[in-house]
Ligand binder design. Structure first.
Ligand code: BGC
Length: 755
């Protein structure tokens, strides 16, 4: 057989198998008619074609065509998962399930692939299964500290790339809940307390995922702002405040990325569960924002059949308790219209076409760990935040006669990662995943890189920090002490306080007393209090640094990379400064794992309310401004090894953009993050600054640049509950620009008409 004939034969086989596949769906009669070529043929029944295969058609048309060809059973099959799979010992793992958190079998006769979903908040979970590898990225909050949309995109692209390599076609990461509660155990999966920063950075992340032809996701929709009591709590917040805070973050991210999925959360929102909340799912997400993808429930977050479906949930995960047989029965009984089921299926299928997972399914290959590590390191380098640098204690000098005492945080071994479903399995970790509730350190040793950069003549000692007196002794012997402190956070828990756990405040205090040149490196999942901040010379927030973290930390401490990150959250001085001095429902009795705090107290679950009207719109820095409280470190704050000056603010017609000049006034190259805030006219009833735009600028020593920052018209508006939409009030708008929410040297006032 020549090559030509072989190709022709295989094409024929393909065509024949298409005919075969197509005929199965049309039934045996059609098959027989197809074979008996002479028989008179009613066109529709005999022309075996799959017009949705035509990639030139738009995703909605393709989905419509495919949905028309589906049986009721096939439609039902697509709107729920197939059980807990690998997540629960003993649960069935269906054929084709790639070992991630979610699996929806496809419909081979129509050419629709399976959906294999993997948790991938900060890298892929369940990679250890079958000895696969996944890159641990820095925490999302660390990525957001870069204020660099390109880093958000890269972050998502790493996740998408590795999902493909591992045979997954959907990410279920993309956390965009606001950091309204700074002690929330999942803050490391989220970006910021500000909706514009959160939405923009996580929107880029989801775009990055989808750039790899993998379905993206945004979660947990919505008001899932604490873990304590998350399965039962009722988050209460008035409509305007919700629209302008938590919903706005989602609106921005979803508008940018058009993600395949939006995951509805466990909690209730103003009475109804988030997964059966018509207001948030249909009125806002689908009608106001025009979202075309599908709403999938958080795992076991579905609570009903008819109510959930009619409210707007499109897919139950991970099982079929409500969207399997009960939904089929409801459709047959007419309590759920066929049109609604078709809409659910359409949304799933159109997302598969739109993202490319049908036309370009993932092809497994070995993940490149080095590329992943370099990407992770780059993101971390931009996201590290230098919070204090008294007397130029940093950058550290290398060379002879240097003595550095490195203390604590397991810095000899590696870096801390966050827990829960965002846990990336450590290289060589337990097959099937890491153990829930057990902190995992990744082998990227800051000590190793600090030693490397200090040079062979320097003496860099290590003390574990477990004995405070010993640590102080070690610190006293060195010129500089670098103390690593950690705060482990995880899904399913909140922290009782902002204080560092495990006596680490005492450790820092003792070291600072022993050594006047003490630098603290924080590996935390969110803001913490620092009662010792005045006693140390340097403070660096590294968040959970990711697999390139050890090197990134050393690069910034030694100044190979200039510090440039800025805080995406306010660091309160103590818990008493917060709108909720205690996490609602979390008490020493309910324990740290306060998942069902309401039930724990023997109360009706319905009674467990978190009253977000206490702060309403005043999330994070807005609260501190209005209440006139001075935080430890303000939102948007971060130092550099160089300095910057701002000048020449100009506001374009209609405040569509602002431009200004940033000059690097120091002796080193560096990046500055310029922040633009607006304060609305008095009549808006919002007496606080809000972030309206930002830009990251790279400047050589002495260089300056004129920067133009666009301002989205939406960010100048307020939500009108009467109009169920956004409006601009007429009056004087003040626009301020600078390098921190607390230091805004440029100011202009413009008058804008109502709109
Ligand atoms: C989490 C989700 C996660 C899901 C699947 C839930 O417990 O809240 O974020 O995607 O589990 O693992």
């Amino acid at each position: 057989m020549t090559i030509g004939t072989a190709v022709k034969m295989s094409r024929m086989r393909m065509r024949m198998s298409w005919v075969g596949i197509g005929c199965v769906g049309l039934g045996l009669g059609a098959l027989q008619m197809g074979v008996a070529q002479q028989a008179p043929q009613p066109a529709a029944a005999t022309v075996v074609s799959q017009p949705w295969r035509n990639a030139a058609l738009d995703p909605d048309t393709r989905a419509d065509l495919m949905v028309k060809a589906m049986t009721l059973e096939e439609k039902i099959q697509l709107v729920h998962g197939s059980g807990w799979g690998v997540l629960r010992p003993g649960a069935v793992v269906p054929a084709g399930d790639n070992g991630g958190a979610g699996f929806v079998p496809g419909i081979p006769r129509l050419g629709l692939p399976d959906i294999n979903m993997a948790d991938s908040a900060v890298g892929i979970r369940m990679a250890a299964r079958e000895s696969r590898y996944a890159t641990l990225l820095p925490s999302v909050i660390g990525m957001a500290s870069s204020w660099d949309p390109a880093m958000g995109h890269l972050y998502g692209a790493v996740i998408g790339r590795e999902l493909r390599d591992e045979g997954y076609n959907m990410s279920i990461g993309g956390g965009v809940d606001l950091i309204r509660e700074p002690r929330n155990g999942r803050n490391f999966e989220y970006a910021s307390e500000d909706p514009v920063l959160s939405g923009t950075m996580v929107g880029e992340l989801a775009m990055g995922v989808q750039s790899q032809e993998v379905m993206g996701d945004i979660k947990h929709y919505v008001m899932n702002d604490q873990e304590t009591g998350r399965n039962t709590l009722n988050a209460v917040l008035n409509e305007r405040a919700m629209q302008e805070t938590d919903l706005l973050g989602f609106q921005i991210a979803i508008g940018m990325a058009k993600p395949a999925g939006v995951m509805c959360s466990y909690n209730r929102v103003n009475g109804d569960y988030a997964c059966e909340n018509k207001y948030t799912l249909t009125d806002v997400l689908k009608d106001q924002w025009g979202y075309k993808g599908f709403v999938l429930s958080d795992w076991d977050g579905t609570h009903s059949t008819v109510k959930a479906v009619l409210a707007g949930e499109d897919m139950e995960q991970p099982g079929d308790k409500y969207f399997g047989a009960p939904l089929q029965a409801a459709v047959i009984a007419g309590t759920v219209p066929v049109a609604r089921l078709d809409d659910m299926v359409h949304r799933i299928v159109r997302s598969m076409f739109a993202t490319g997972v049908v036309d370009h399914p993932p092809v497994r290959r070995v993940v490149d760990p080095f590329e992943g590590r370099d990407d992770a390191r780059k993101i971390e380098e931009e996201g590290l935040v230098l919070l204090k640098n008294e007397g130029g204690v940093l950058p550290l000098a290398s060379g002879s006669a240097r003595t550095i005492a490195v203390i604590g945080g397991r810095a000899d071994f590696g870096v801390l990662s966050g827990g829960g479903s965002a846990q990336v399995d450590a290289p060589g970790g337990r097959p099937g995943g890491s153990e829930w509730g057990v902190p995992v350190y990744f082998p990227s040793s800051p000590l190793r890189y600090l030693r490397e950069q200090a040079g062979s003549d320097a003496a860099v000692s290590f003390d574990a920090g477990t004995d405070v007196a010993e640590a102080a002794k070690a610190a006293a012997k060195a010129q500089v002490a670098v103390v690593f402190v950690t705060q482990w956070m995880s899904e399913g828990m909140d922290r009782m306080t902002l204080s560092l756990p495990d006596n680490q405040d005492a450790l820092v205090e003792a070291v600072a007393k022993a050594n006047p040149n003490t630098v603290v490196v924080l590996e935390t999942g969110g803001p913490v209090s620092m009662p010792w901040s005045a006693q140390v010379k340097g403070i660096v927030e590294a968040w959970y640094p990711g697999i390139g973290g050890g090197e990134a930390i050393a690069n910034v401490l030694f100044g190979r990379v200039n510090a440039s990150g800025k805080l995406p959250v306010t660091f309160a001085a103590n818990d008493a400064q917060l709108p909720h001095p205690k996490v609602t429902g979390l008490t020493p009795e309910t324990g740290n794992n306060g998942m069902d705090a309401g039930a724990h107290h023997g109360k009706e679950a319905e009674n467990f309310t978190v009253d977000y009207n206490v702060e309403g719109m005043l999330v994070g820095y807005k609260w501190f401004e209005v209440k006139d409280r001075t935080p430890l470190f303000p939102f948007g704050f971060g130092l550099s090894y160089t300095s910057f000056a701002y000048s020449g603010l100009k506001v374009a017609e209609g405040a569509e953009s602002v431009s200004f000049t940033v000059k690097n006034t120091g002796a080193r190259a560096g990046d500055e993050i310029a922040e633009v805030y607006v304060t609305l006219p008095k009549s808006a009833g919002e007496p606080f600054r809000k972030l309206a735009g930002f830009a990251r600028v790279s400047l050589a020593a002495g260089a300056s640049e004129t920067v133009t920052v666009p301002i989205s018209p939406l960010y100048l508006k307020v939500f009108s509950t009467q109009k169920s939409g956004w409006e601009r009030v007429g009056g004087a708008y003040s626009i301020e620009v600078g390098g921190s929410s607390a230091e805004l040297p440029l100011k202009a006032e413009v008058s804008l008409a109502a709109e």
